[in-house]
Design a binder for this molecule. Structure first.
Ligand SMILES: Nc1ncnc2c1ncn2[C@@H]1O[C@H](COP(=O)(O)OP(=O)(O)OP(=O)(O)O)[C@@H](O)[C@H]1O
Length: 362
């Protein structure tokens, strides 16, 4: 068998559920390749098929069709003992933690090791090590009911790591947590990815989480993957409508535009003004743009909102500005911006400028 760098290789996966009167195709011809060491986001609305798809990876859900290759092993060809071992190398965490309330933190983390060949002392050392890794050393003998949601999820993460998995599947693991706790859990996951070279598959409907830690993402709708790309492309040029909707939920600039549009001076934009949004990726920066507009075209640019985000070290900038000047000059200034590889969207346009450029929205 040819070895490759893929942790997960799902090929043409279908999952159908037969109910009394009808058949539900929860996963419809999905091919998904996830490289070792990646943090891969799977995004979609409720019912899109995300959980069903990832449950195929460890065969908690058998596919109706397709191949499941995990770490170069054909999962569907394994005997039960081999499958049990392969499953141990795929950890899972969930939205509701699934901890055992009658056991202490240590008891929960040690639970998956109960049938291992490790001695009591070795298990105890392993638990200490895992609790240190997730920052919960001082909670070893505490019971889950005395922990916050974020702490409970840390216990669940430690437990998921007890068999030294290569892959960790996080199924909406931060969905029940507040934004600050969510952020800290995501920071923990990113650090585990680095320290343990752990491949992480992050199922979520929260684009902010994807933006924070993923390298790649796929978007699911009706059982299919409708778009997949690296994180910079997903966020800077989403192609399909549903991806655009998801991206908009994590895009502060759209909120800023709503409040800009509500301002009185924007409601009554002057005839020689145009309100635009600029989006640029990589090295172009605001200042030369603004200076260039005035020097070359005598067009003034008034910045109303803006931000620069780093998506995996690639800066993506957004600016909302009013350009004002002689109509023809503004027309040339807009052309100049497009020539710089800046995406220009006209949000609102004054009548003078509209008459020269036709007022088409771009
Ligand atoms: N065991 C099952 N029996 C019948 N239908 C199922 C089963 N599991 C899932 N489904 C159906 O398959 C579809 C996909 O469900 P799935 O849970 O994978 O979606 P999801 O994207 O993970 O959504 P959520 O985030 O709400 O769990 C849904 O229509 C669901 O009702």
């Amino acid at each position: 068998m040819i070895k490759n760098n893929l942790a997960v290789n799902l090929i043409n996966i279908d999952v159908t559920f037969k109910q009394k009167n009808h058949v539900i195709k929860a996963v419809d011809d999905v091919t998904l390749k996830i490289e070792k060491g990646d943090i891969y986001g799977i995004v979609g609305y409720s019912g899109a098929g995300k959980s069903t798809l990832v449950r195929v990876i460890n065969l908690l859900q058998a596919p109706s069709n397709g191949s499941v290759i995990v770490n170069d092993q054909n999962m569907l060809a394994l005997h039960s003992n081999q499958l049990r071992y392969a499953r141990k190398k795929i950890g899972m965490i969930f939205q509701h933690f699934n901890l055992m309330n009658a056991r202490t933190v240590a008891g929960n983390v040690a639970f998956p090791l109960r049938k291992s060949n490790l001695t009591k002392k070795q298990i105890n050392d392993k638990v200490d090590q895992l609790l240190a890794l997730v920052g919960l050393t001082d909670k070893k003998l505490t019971y889950p009911s005395q922990l916050s949601g974020g702490q409970k999820q840390r216990v669940a993460i430690a437990r998921a790591l007890s068999n030294d998995p290569d892959i960790l599947i996080s199924d909406e693991a931060t969905s029940a947590l507040d934004p600050k706790t969510t952020k800290s859990i995501l920071i923990l996951l990113a650090s585990l990815n680095q320290k343990l070279n752990l491949t992480i598959i992050l199922i979520t409907h929260e684009m902010q989480a994807v933006k924070q830690i993923c390298n790649n993402a796929a978007v699911m709708e009706n059982g299919r993957i409708v778009e997949r790309n690296n994180i910079v492309n997903i966020f800077s040029q989403p192609e399909v409508k549903i991806t655009q909707e998801f991206v908009a939920t994590a895009n502060q600039i759209d909120e800023a535009i709503d409040s800009v549009l509500a301002q009185p001076n924007i409601k009554h934009l002057k005839t020689n003004e145009v309100l635009i949004k600029l989006k640029y990726i990589g090295t172009v920066t605001d200042e030369p743009i603004i200076v260039g507009l005035y020097k070359q075209f005598e067009v003034t640019a008034n910045i109303l909102a803006g931000n620069v985000e780093n998506l995996k070290d690639t800066p993506v900038g957004n600016l909302v500005i009013i350009l004002s000047g002689q109509a023809n000059n503004v027309k040339h200034a807009l052309k100049f911006l497009e020539g710089l590889d800046v995406k220009v969207t006209i949000l609102k346009i004054g009548n003078d400028i509209k008459s020269v450029i036709g007022g088409s929205k771009r």
